[in-house]
Design a protein around this ligand. Sequence first.
Ligand SMILES: Nc1ncnc2c1ncn2[C@@H]1O[C@H](COP(=O)(O)OP(=O)(O)OP(=O)(O)O)[C@@H](O)[C@H]1O
Ligand SMILES: [Mg+2]
Length: 458
Amino acid sequence: VSPLRLAGAALLIGGLPALLFAAFGLAGAMRGGAALVGLLLSLGAGAVLAGLWLTSLDRLAAALRRASADDQTASEPPPLPAAAEVAGEIGRLARALNRRSEEVLRMRRADAAILENLPDPLLVLSEGLSLLRANRAARALFGAAPGQPGDAPAALRHPAMAAALDAALASGEPAAAELLLPVPVPRELSARVIPLDPPLFDGGRVLVVLVDRTRERAIERMRADFVANASHELRTPLASLIGFIDTLRGPAEDDAEARARFLGIMAEQGERMRRLLDDLLSLSRIETEEHRAPTGEADLALILRAEADGLAPLFAARRATLAVTAPERLLARPAEADQVAQVVRNLLDNALRHGREGGTVRATAEPAAGEDGRPGVVLRVTDDGPGIPRAHIPRLTERFYRVDRGRSRAAGGTGLGLAIVKHIVGRHRGRLEIESEEGQGATFRVWLPAGTDGPRPA
Ligand SMILES: Nc1ncnc2c1ncn2[C@@H]1O[C@H](COP(=O)(O)OP(=O)(O)OP(=O)(O)O)[C@@H](O)[C@H]1O
Ligand SMILES: [Mg+2]
């Protein structure tokens, strides 16, 4: 306490009684000595009281300062009991406020953790539409590191998104946008823009919820393509059948030689339609049961020899050689023998039809551990035909996909054979690998598990 403040306060408190003592003494109402003692006592008492008050007030002020600065250290109590009580209350209030702010902090952290871990990508934007936060899903979507926006700004600049942001901020109502982002990989996103009023604690004014629809849209397109492809494949032989029927009814009515030739072609076209329908049906059957694992077992060696024998006349017709290497017995399990036979047939058929006329096809079956060390069996079919250009290999197992449409169709193919193989191998939890160098032939490798325990009861 500064002496000047102390003197001022002491005068304020003891000044009036001191003045009265002085007046009484001078007027002779009191004896001079008594008046002087009274005057000094008044001033002394004033000084002591002022000291107590000022110290108490200073300590209260210090307690308040500490409370507002969130300082938990204990302070010296004020000397006056009433002031000490007030200081105690200040301490309690400070602690209560502290608890409250800790609670708020915890709630904020919980909110942030929820946003961070939601499975849908979320962006939080400021009033000026700059990016404040992106949760984990959004960072994964936009290839961003924490604290880095990745290509989120590109999505925010998309015209449809910009329009939705403006509309949402202007109306205060949520708005939606569909975005197509071409780079770095094409993606289709649905965005929902939600204006936040009042804003979030970090100034977040707009929440953008994104849904990645790329896969969904691709499946929709595939389904539409499938129907279009299937009808197109059926339309060609059908148009040819109708054409020949018209010709036979009209101009060629009495031409026995033409009739015989046309009927031959018609039978061929009918056969092609039947094959296509068979393949479509078998594909859809395999697809519907793909999630159910097979239960029996299949002897790959036996099946390979049987299918090779069945195709021998066709190989002979193309002057091609089929060399089979297989042990006596080679069990795949769990496996369905019919489906394994279909895999073998489709691969041998491809090697025959897409391989070289007069070429050699090697088919081998042998035991082989899988990638994860599981016991298994492997079938390898290698031809020395034209091979498959690298760019086409990943797409060969798509339905109706053919490297050379014209040539495959001329060879009677529909482009479903490898799609069927893929689904059967998938159902058996096996693997299909295709290797080819253009001009050097192709190798198709199918691995199937061979569990050591016997066949499970059906
Ligand atoms: N061994 C191979 N050598 C070269 N190309 C091949 C071979 N096997 C398959 N292909 C290519 O892959 C495409 C798809 O094969 P897939 O077996 O699915 O259909 P496909 O043989 O044309 O008709 P199908 O439905 O009658 O089997 C073929 O059209 C062909 O272009
Ligand atoms: Mg085929």
